[in-house]
Ligand binder design. Sequence first.
Ligand SMILES: *[C@@H]1O[C@H](CO)[C@@H](O)[C@H](O)[C@H]1NC(C)=O
Ligand SMILES: [Ca+2]
Ligand SMILES: [Ca+2]
Length: 374
Amino acid sequence: MLFVSCLFFVYFQLWVPVYCDTEQLGFFSGSKSPGQVAKETGSSSCGCDALKRDAGVDVGEELSPHLEDPAEKYSKAANEENVEHHGEQDIRSKMVLLKSSWFFMGTDNPGIPPDGEGPQRRVWVDSFYIEQHEVTNRQFQHFVNQTLYVTEAERFGDSFVFEELLTEELKSKILQAVAAAPWWLPVKGANWRHPEGPGSTISDRLDHPVLHVSWNDAQAYCKWAQRRLPTEAEWEYACRAGLQDRLYPWGNKLLPKGQHYANLWQGDFPTTNTADDGYIGTSPVMSFPANSFGLYDMVGNAWEWTADWWNVHHTPEDKHNPTGPATGTDRVKKGGSYMCHKSYCYRYRCAARSQNTPDSSASNLGFRCVVNPS
Ligand SMILES: *[C@@H]1O[C@H](CO)[C@@H](O)[C@H](O)[C@H]1NC(C)=O
Ligand SMILES: [Ca+2]
Ligand SMILES: [Ca+2]
């Protein structure tokens, strides 16, 4: 197992430029034409030429694992408040209370160094509630029904869809493609209601994560729900679920006991998706085991927006409730998606991160909300 991980590590070190060219070009704003986007997304946009490898950082004393049970599952108080505000029909996600604690954020063994996964640093987060699963189509539909909110993909008139999910007829109509990531096609009329464009529907996917929502759309939903987007630190704390120096929310083995613990990609990307885990695209939320905090799909299924601006430079000092840079051009997303495979997007790890402009939307990007304890 160790041998295998080392191999991957070397592999990723060698192939860093490839990652930068593919994943980073994978998503962009529906407001821009692909040509415009292609010009704007050189290696600089993914932080490749700002590479910083802080190896062997001293992170201070060992954390005391005061993790009796930081996660208070389905806290009665929080979930009763929900009912008061949103009535008996409250369809917002149940929440889990995570108690304040130190944890180690980031890693000194980055899978993708230019993403700024390191150095590992000690971070304190105050208690917060987090939704147990990604916001679903049903929940987003309820929000839209109540507020008549129009998403950015709907206003721009298009969004990016993964080629494999499109019909041949639709594909033949689309002339534009992204040279560096040809599996992403801008599809007119693709949005959260029509994830693969006109003719596709969410009616049989109401319990799947909502897709094609921009950061701004996610903000709007969380605000309506009287919640907010998690900071990257909160998200990663929730992902790690009290485990230290582990790759995934459940440990270091991708397939414990041969079982799939997340909706990822099996096969050769982008041509063959064997769907060994049961799903070609998204899965209903909570289809895979929860982490020990009771949270589902923290890695895989849909990428999740966080509140922070993107930046790849981190310092090793202890931090309290970090909120990321004060300004920026991109927002941080975490957890990877059903499209992630180790050969292409080794980002289904808690320390992994990526970014998009706040108005971007795509067929593998969603979110979940958090709230402060009252
Ligand atoms: C939203 O409104 C549509 C149209 O009235 C309805 O079919 C759907 O069930 C509503 N969805 C939710 C979650 O309330
Ligand atoms: Ca899958
Ligand atoms: Ca996810």
